[in-house]
Design a protein around this ligand. Structure first.
Ligand code: NAD
Ligand code: UGA
Length: 437
């Protein structure tokens, strides 16, 4: 049985570990956060990710998946060591903060007692693999350590399906042994004919940023088109459909909304802009995506205020959805944060509800925000309803039911989850995104 170690038991580390174990690999995860490690060892899953609990449980029970706080225990006998720690934005500038990656690498290198392949699964700037290879050669001249890049393309909320049935796997590996080990790990994907793209280190590292920035650009483009639709009386869904049917464009990532958030698009677009500037090959498009999206999120409060006639002072505002997207509890860079801050600054009485993210949201939102146990409880007596995240359960809220429970008649739907005609027929003033016609 192939044996690997994964350093970092967060969204990517934990999902990758459970999925590799499911492929029949023996996986040990090293996690430094004592609270997180404790939960993992008790069989609890510290994140909300559909389908992850049974997968972890099954593989733990089968003895293929384990958790430890000790790096040396994790890496003992491992043919590959994956680094899956965070690479957040560095304060003041937006370069990726590589301190966790290099700290993890130092710990691994200090503890290694056998040759291995050191793989970055974290999203890391171009050149990081090369730096890690130099570090490995300097720290452990006694061991043959190959460095490889294996960026991860999973999405939160559909992480297991994305990992098990990816569009492609990217492997930046420049030695036969590194290519062999990574091919062996992903062998089950041969059955579903997944392309395994083997490249050099820098190419693999750049593919990850380029893919995220391109997707973020698609979202940002349709968001701008949505604003234009509102101004000229067009319907953005018609525009997106008409564009997306062109196979060169593709239908995905053309859904307009409050601006992209999450733990990756914001930091990765910013980091790519910095990488390109540092390389003196600036990516003006990526810089524009960052600026346009930031402005969109900063303007969300104003959107609601304008819809309410200039102010929401003293009004009860029900906010449905806090996570940056449905099916996750991740609040990192969620559009709900600047929106709620702006509404609170204006003096709104905010009552929020999210099916999974309320615990993560509380420390990030103004203290005055109240939280409801259910969507129904949040809506009861509200003057304004603002839909921020498109959880399926919100789609089921019937217009007549809303009208019976709410005091006011204003709905700002930042994800276009409601049918405008039905909502208006129930007596509401409705503001969607890009639904100008
Ligand atoms: P995360 O913050 O959820 O998890 C990182 C984990 O690593 C934390 O639990 C932390 O305690 C642990 N850790 C940090 N240093 C450690 C060390 N030295 N030893 C052991 N554990 C350590 O981060 P994430 O969302 O999983 O992202 C990880 C990387 O993967 C980032 O580079 C991110 O850009 C990339 N990525 C994330 C996603 C996603 O959907 N979240 C998708 C693709 C790629
Ligand atoms: C994204 C990428 O899709 C993954 O391939 C990548 O691995 C990951 O980033 C990463 O590098 O971490 P994720 O952030 O989980 O995944 O979620 P997405 O579904 O891509 O959504 C990102 C943001 O864009 C969300 O705020 C979402 O609401 C927004 N979005 C997405 C839209 O507004 N419209 C769309 O049509 C699609």
């Amino acid at each position: 049985m192939l044996k690997i170690a994964i350093i970092g038991g967060g969204y990517v580390g934990l999902v990758s570990a459970a999925c590799f174990a499911e492929f029949g690999v023996s996986v040990m995860v090293a996690e430094t956060d004592p609270a997180r490690l404790d939960r993992l060892r008790r069989g609890e899953i510290p994140i909300y990710e559909p389908g992850l609990d049974p997968l972890v449980e099954r593989n733990r029970a089968a003895g293929r998946l384990g958790f430890t706080g000790r790096i040396e225990e994790a890496i003992a006998g491992a043919e590959a060591v994956f680094i899956a720690v965070g690479t957040p934005s560095r304060r003041g500038g937006g370069h990726a903060d590589l301190s966790y990656v290099f700290a993890a690498a130092e710990q691994v290198l200090a503890a290694l007692d056998h040759p291995t392949v050191l793989v970055t699964k974290s999203t890391v700037p171009v050149g990081t693999g090369r730096r890690l290879a130099a570090l490995a050669a300097a720290r452990r001249p006694d061991l043959a350590i190959d460095v490889a890049s294996n960026p991860e393309f999973l999405r939160e909320g559909s992480a297991i399906g994305d990992f098990m049935r990816p569009d492609r796997v990217v492997v930046g590996a420049e030695t036969e042994r590194a290519r062999e080990v990574l091919r062996a790990l992903y062998r089950p994907l041969n059955l579903i004919e997944t392309p395994i793209l083997i490249t050099g280190l820098e190419t693999a590292e750049l593919i990850k940023y380029a893919a995220n920035a391109f997707l973020a650009m698609k979202v940002t483009f349709i968001n701008e088109m949505a604003d234009l639709c509102e101004a000229v009386g067009a319907d953005v869904h018609g525009v997106a459909r008409g564009m997306g049917l062109d196979r060169r464009i593709g239908a995905k990532f053309l859904h307009p909304g409050p601006g992209f958030g999450g733990s990756c698009f914001p930091k990765d677009t910013l980091a790519l802009a910095r990488i390109a500037q540092d390389a003196r090959a600036p990516s003006r498009l990526t810089e524009a995506v960052v600026a346009v999206n930031d402005a969109r999120k900063a303007g969300l409060g104003r959107r609601v205020l304008d819809a309410a006639g200039g102010s929401v002072r003293g009004m009860r505002v029900a906010v449905l959805g806090l996570a940056f997207k449905p099916e996750t509890d991740d609040m990192r860079d969620s559009p709900a944060i600047p929106l709620i801050e702006a509404l609170a600054d204006d003096g709104a009485d905010i009552i929020a509800y999210d099916p999974a993210a309320m615990a993560a949201a509380k420390p990030l939102l103004p203290a005055a925000v109240r939280y409801a146990e259910t969507a129904e409880a949040a809506i009861e007596g509200a003057a304004v309803l603002v839909a921020v995240t498109e959880w399926n359960e919100f789609r089921a809220l019937a217009p007549a039911w809303l009208a019976a429970r709410m005091q006011g008649r204003l709905i700002v739907d930042l994800r276009n989850i409601f049918d405008p005609a039905a909502i208006r027929a129930a007596g509401f003033v409705y503001h969607g995104v890009g639904r100008g016609s």
